[in-house]
Ligand binder design. Sequence first.
Ligand SMILES: *Cc1c(COP(=O)(O)O)cnc(C)c1O
Length: 376
Amino acid sequence: METDVFSGDDLPLALPECAGREWARRAIGLLQGDARRSADTHLIKPVFPGLGNISVYLKDESTHPTGSLKHRLARSLVLYGICNGYIREGTTLVEASSGSTAVSEAYFARILHLPFIAVMPRSTSAQKIEAIERFGGRCHFVERSAEVYQAAQQIAAETGGHYLDQFTYAERATDWRGNNNIAESIFAQMENEPQPEPEWVVMSAGTGGTSATIGRYIRYRNLSTRLCVVDVENSVFYDSYVKGDPAMTCTAGSRIEGIGRPRVEPSFMPTVIDHMIRVPDVASLAAMHVLSDRIFRRVGGSTGTNFFGLCRIAAQMLREGREGSLVTLICDSGARYTDTYYNPDWLKDNGFELGPHIDRLNAFLDTGRTLTSSAG
Ligand SMILES: *Cc1c(COP(=O)(O)O)cnc(C)c1O
């Protein structure tokens, strides 16, 4: 039987309105405003006399309004949630975090007038907890870092909220081809340098999202740069990479805040990584102190891990008579760790004897004399 689609008999009385889109429109405008008010972060070039023709670049992510590289991620995750229709007017945002991501998300939740709950290990630094609460967020603590995922999921279910889930969505919420991601920014800032195409980019992994973005971008742009991911003690990324086993887990939590995980996070992309190095925690903290002294301001623990990994690669390059540029990140500032990594009593209580490691690293940076540390 022929039907006349225009007869009107079986048409609804009215087509649906685009419900709730007005709020989303305003929310996107507010997020774009934050982006527009932000400048790009510096790529600083400290000089280390011992490294000869190996130049070192540090992408300083500590200068974002919320103090870490997680500012980029938080903005992307919130945008992703709004554009997918998961985040609406009044939606409670929930996150599992070791602190930095929660600080940045609390900031964006406040801009959008949304409630925010951070689920974190009890060991999270006091400065981060204070920042989250200042931005109007609430903190929920668990005893062990492996418990954050389930607790966050449960709180999201109970509140009818949205679990942002950085560990799953970091790699896909970031536009890896560009759109002002960190990789695009680094390589654009390198363009007019004497050695514009870095030999290596060195980065630690928390979600794994930043290394995924950098690794994909290197391939997308046909660069010969290689990506080295550095891992810490009490984390499964390194072992899982070496053994090719994504199901590995461990129980003890990482002592370097922001990096090292008890499970292989879904955002960790081993296929774009060229090399991994495991850095002992004592070496990370020694490198953090050495770098802080040399650039006249304090950096966080994960930046120490990054810098130590970069020095290991520089040492190998010197041995092989190579030159070129190396890039790594300043992930956050040391201001967040005055009670811990920069507190001599805390270091002593936690069994960290940094002196010999600091001396060895300083000697290397001044003379190029090879590190003979116990790094594995
Ligand atoms: C998250 C984080 C990292 C690691 O970045 P990912 O993109 O999550 O792998 C490094 N350092 C600090 C301080 C962080 O908060």
